[in-house]
Ligand binder design. Structure first.
Ligand code: 13P
Length: 245
């Protein structure tokens, strides 16, 4: 039976106090969380405090990183700035709000791969793109950065349709299955058999306790990248409780 990963993208929801409070509650419920695959993505500024307070075996990641590893880049954060397990690149909020192009995301992926950190590459179409039947073109274009020199060891592709993020509009299981199958087929043309086994597929977009059980029926889903519901401890706990393993 597959072991689902819950990746909690806290975005900019929790400040340092809020992050520590969350971790204190997590520690108090150790038995529930310790044998699960969980990755927490706090704000950069809160990673140190989260790591210092954690008393449960969960992974920690960065929500984004700079394309450079070191140097005169005011206000930016290097993938090497702190010891972490995973890093998100290409989140739609970075693509749309911060105008990050595929080229920039490709450089970020390169930076992550130059360290010992596992990347999560986010992809997904906007509502306009979906309505214009461009979803597969968007997926092709966003996956096109996986060139030979950027083939990650433990790569995760998080399919997050932009129209599902923060909207409460969760696609049907059929739709998610169709998109993940398409992504998997594209990856098959890029990766050989054994490398393909190391690639995980996540779904993200309005995942919460009311829909996670139903979404678990999509067999291609290896994990969920969760935003707002993951930054609320009680909601997060209820989601984790739904996991069979
Ligand atoms: P929500 O779960 O808030 O819709 O956010 C999803 C997301 O963007 C995770 O990266």
């Amino acid at each position: 039976m597959r072991k689902i990963t819950i990746a909690a993208n806290w975005k900019m929801y929790l400040d340092e106090r809020g992050s520590i409070d969350f971790i204190d509650k997590l520690n108090a419920d150790k038995d529930l969380f310790s044998n699960k695959n969980i990755i927490l993505f706090p704000s950069h500024a809160c990673i140190r405090s989260v790591k210092d307070h954690l008393d449960v075996n969960v992974k920690i990641g960065m929500q984004d990183c700079d394309i450079h590893n070191k140097g005169a880049y005011t206000g930016s954060t290097s993938i090497n700035s702190i010891d972490i397990d995973s890093c998100i690149v290409g989140h739609s909020e970075r693509r749309i709000v911060y105008k990050e192009s595929n080229d920039v995301i490709s450089e970020k992926l390169r930076a992550v791969l130059s360290s010992d950190v596992d990347p999560i590459l986010c992809i997904g179409e906007t509502l306009e793109e979906k309505n214009e039947n461009l979803t597969e073109n968007v997926i092709d274009s966003q996956l096109s950065i996986l060139t030979n020199d950027l083939k990650a060891r433990n790569l995760t592709i998080a399919y997050e349709p932009v129209w599902a993020i923060g909207s409460g509009n969760v696609p049907s299981n059929e739709y998610i299955n169709e998109m993940l199958s398409y992504i998997k087929n594209r990856l098959k043309s890029l990766y050989s058999g054994t490398d393909l086994d190391n690639i995980k597929l996540f779904y993200g977009g309005s995942v919460d306790v009311s829909n996670v059980d139903e979404l678990l029926n999509v067999e291609l889903i290896d994990g969920f990248l969760i935003g707002s519901a993951s930054a609320n401890f009680e909601k997060f706990k209820d989601i984790v409780k739904q996991l069979k393993l």
